[in-house]
Design a protein. Structure first.
Length: 571
C-alpha cells in the first residue's frame, strides 16, 4: 500500500464513458450533471430557468431574426405558430403542420422572410409585415404571356414506361383527355402541371387510374400517336414537396423531395421562385441528381463556404464559386450519414458544420482540411456516447460556447466547447419535467419544458437559482476511479478531500455537508472563496468507484476550481 495525493484542477473532458476510465490523458468525470465547465477548466452550477410563457401544447422552437434589434422565437405547435418577442406573444397564426409533421419541417431565412418546407406540405412563407406577421403559400414565378410557371419538371423513375394518349374533350377546345397505358393517375394529381407537346398542362379532373382531363392555355394539335416524351412538376400533392431548403450564392435551393430524394433544384440567381433551367446560362436555374453506388436520401443542405449536402449515407459538397450550370463540382467527402427520420438542425460552430449522425450516437463536426480541399467528419462525443439517447433537437449558443442537444427521454446533453482552451466537455442538464425543444436567439437559450402535463417556454438565466422560481435542481460531479503511477487502484483509503471553491455557499463532499467559514449569507452575498475540506477515514474496496463526489441541491451558486484527495492505495 502506498501514499498518494491526487489533484484535479481541469475538468475539460466532462463526463466520460466507463470504457475510458483507465486512460491517464483524460481530465474527465464519471458524472457531470447540471454543471458547466468554465474557460479555466473548473466547474460551475448551471443557470436556472426563467418562465417566459405558457404554451397550449408541445412545440418546437425556431429562432427568427428580422433585424439586429428585432428578434423573435417561433413556437411551432399543432396547427399553430406562436411568435414571441421576449415574454410577449405578438402573433398566433394557423399553420398546416400537426404534431406528427412538425419534427420534419425545415426552414431557411432571408431578411424578414422565412420559408418552410415539408415533404407532404406545399412550402409556406412567413413574413414580417408593417402590420404584423402573415403565413402564405410559396408561389413559383409565372409567365404572363402563356400563364406557364417557372416550376421544375422531371420524369420520375416509376413513369418511364408510361405513354399518354391525347384525345379531345367535350369540355372545350383547350381541354383534352389523357389516357395512360397503365394505371398511373390518382385524385392527388388534380391541379398538378404536366409538360408535353411543348406546353404546360394542368390536370383539371380525375376520372380513373388511367384517365384524367387536363387543360392548356390556348389551343393544341392532337398528336398522331401516344406521347412518350413528357414530364411532370417535380413538386406536387401527388409527388410530394421539398425535404430541405437553403439560400446559397443568391439562389434558393431545394434538396430532395418525397418522390425524388436525391435531387437538388437551384433557382435562378436573384429570382428565388424561378426554377426554369432555360438554355444553361450562368444565372439560370440548375438541376442535378446525386449519383453513387448507394441510394442517396438528402436529409438537409447547408450553406457554408461550399454548399454542403448531408444525406442518409454520406456528406457531399459543391465547391464552385460562382455556382453555374456549366460548372458543378460535386463530390462525396465522408460516409457518416445523417438521420432521415426527423430534422435535426445543423449548427455552425467556429466555421464548421455540426450534425447528428445516422445512428443517433454521434455528434459530428464537418470541417475542411488545411488545404481547404476535403472535408473531415470529426466525432465530438467520442468519450461521451453514453449520453446520446435518441436526440430530437439541437442548438448552439455562440455567447456561452455551448451546444444543447435535447434527448427523447427529456434530458439535455450539453457540450461546453472552447477549442482555444482545449475544452470539449459533455454533461447532462436535468429539470423537474422534460426538455422538449431548444433554440438560441440573441445569445439567450430558450427551451420548451413539459411539467405535469403542461408545457411552457423558458430560458436559461445566470441570475436564476431555481427553475422558473419554483423548482430546485441538484448539481453533481463525480471523479474518475483512482489511477496512480499508471496503475488502477483496487483498494483506496481516503484521508482527506479538499476542494477549492469560488463564491460558493453550500456543497456536499462525499455526502458530507462541509462547513464553510463565516457561513452566514444573504441571498445577495457572494459566498465563500477558498479551500474547504472533509476528512474521510474510510476504505473504498471497489476500485471502479469515484474517489470523490461533490453535489448540492440548494438554490445557491457553486463554483469548484479543483479537488485534491490524499490517502493510501493498493493495486
Amino acid at each position: 500500500m502506498g501514499n498518494f495525493i491526487k489533484t484535479q484542477n481541469m475538468f475539460t473532458s466532462g463526463e466520460v464513458a466507463p470504457e475510458f476510465y483507465a486512460r491517464d490523458d483524460i481530465n474527465g468525470l464519471s458524472r457531470m450533471e447540471n454543471m458547466d465547465v468554465l474557460s479555466g477548466g473548473g466547474l460551475r452550477r448551471r443557470p436556472g430557468l426563467t418562465h417566459v410563457a405558457d404554451l397550449l401544447s408541445c412545440a418546437r422552437l425556431i429562432p427568427f431574426s428580422v433585424s439586429e434589434n428585432e428578434n423573435y422565437v417561433l413556437a411551432l405547435g399543432s396547427g399553430r405558430i406562436w411568435i414571441y418577442s421576449g415574454s410577449t406573444r405578438v402573433a398566433s397564426l394557423e399553420s398546416p403542420w400537426d404534431m406528427d409533421k412538425i419534427p420534419s419541417v425545415q426552414y431557411t431565412q432571408r431578411f424578414g422572410t422565412m420559408i418552410f418546407v415539408h415533404p407532404d406540405v406545399a412550402p409556406k412563407i412567413l413574413r414580417r409585415t408593417d402590420t404584423g406577421f402573415e403565413l402564405s403559400d410559396f408561389t413559383f414565378a409565372r409567365n404572363d404571356a402563356d400563364m406557364s410557371m417557372h416550376i421544375p419538371f422531371i420524369r420520375f423513375d416509376d413513369s418511364k414506361d408510361i405513354e399518354i394518349t391525347v384525345t379531345t374533350s367535350e369540355r372545350g377546345n383547350n381541354y383534352a383527355k389523357f389516357t395512360t397505358n397503365a394505371d398511373f393517375w390518382s385524385a392527388e394529381y388534380v391541379g398538378n402541371r404536366m409538360h408535353m407537346m411543348g406546353k404546360q398542362w394542368i390536370v383539371a379532373e380525375y376520372i380513373s387510374p388511367t384517365e384524367v382531363i387536363a387543360y392548356v392555355n390556348g389551343t393544341y394539335t392532337l398528336p398522331d400517336e401516344p406521347v412518350k416524351d413528357w414530364s411532370e412538376s417535380a413538386f406536387s400533392n401527388a409527388r410530394g414537396w421539398p425535404i430541405s431548403i437553403v439560400f446559397h450564392q443568391d439562389r434558393l435551393i431545394f434538396g430532395g423531395s418525397r418522390s425524388y430524394p436525391a435531387g437538388i433544384w437551384m433557382s435562378r440567381v436573384g429570382l428565388h421562385n424561378n426554377f426554369d433551367i432555360g438554355t444553361g446560362l450562368d444565372d439560370e436555374a440548375i438541376f442535378i441528381t446525386l449519383l453513387s453506388q448507394q441510394r442517396q436520401h438528402i436529409c438537409t443542405i447547408v450553406s457554408s463556404d461550399n454548399l454542403q449536402i448531408l444525406t442518409s449515407v454520406g456528406e457531399w459538397a459543391i465547391s464552385n464559386k460562382p455556382l453555374t450550370p456549366s460548372s458543378v463540382n460535386i463530390k462525396q467527402h465522408t460516409s457518416v450519414g445523417s438521420f432521415a427520420g426527423r430534422y435535426l438542425p445543423t449548427q455552425s460552430i467556429e466555421g464548421t458544420t455540426v450534425f447528428i449522425s445516422n445512428n443517433l450516437c454521434d455528434i459530428r463536426e464537418l470541417s475542411l482540411d488545411e488545404l481547404s480541399e476535403n472535408y473531415n467528419a470529426t466525432d465530438l462525443c467520442t468519450f461521451s456516447k453514453h449520453l446520446m439517447t435518441s436526440p430530437i433537437d439541437m442548438a448552439y449558443n455562440d455567447n456561452t460556447h455551448q451546444l444543447f442537444v435535447v434527448m427523447e427521454n427529456g434530458d439535455m446533453a450539453v457540450l461546453n466547447q472552447n477549442t482555444s482552451m482545449g475544452i470539449n466537455a459533455w454533461g447532462t442538464y436535468k429539470t423537474y419535467g422534460d426538455f422538449k425543444s431548444v433554440a438560441v436567439m440573441d445569445g439567450i437559450t430558450y427551451v420548451v419544458v413539459s411539467r405535469s402535463g403542461k408545457y411552457s417556454l423558458e430560458c436559461f438565466d445566470s441570475a436564476a437559482m431555481r427553475d422558473i422560481n419554483t423548482y430546485d435542481f441538484a448539481f453533481y460531479a463525480a471523479a474518475l476511479p483512482l489511477r496512480t503511477s499508471s496503475h488502477n487502484a483496487s483498494r483506496v483509503r481516503i484521508r482527506q478531500i479538499r476542494a477549492r471553491v469560488i463564491d460558493t455557499k453550500s456543497i456536499y463532499i462525499n455526502g458530507t455537508r462541509v462547513t464553510l467559514p463565516n457561513e452566514i449569507y444573504t441571498d445577495d452575498s457572494p459566498g465563500f472563496s477558498g479551500d474547504v475540506s472533509v476528512n474521510v477515514l474510510g476504505t473504498l474496496r471497489n476500485g471502479g468507484a469515484p474517489i470523490w463526489t461533490i453535489h448540492g441541491n440548494e438554490p445557491q451558486p457553486a463554483t469548484i476550481l479543483s479537488v485534491c484527495v490524499s490517502g493510501w492505495y493498493s493495486v
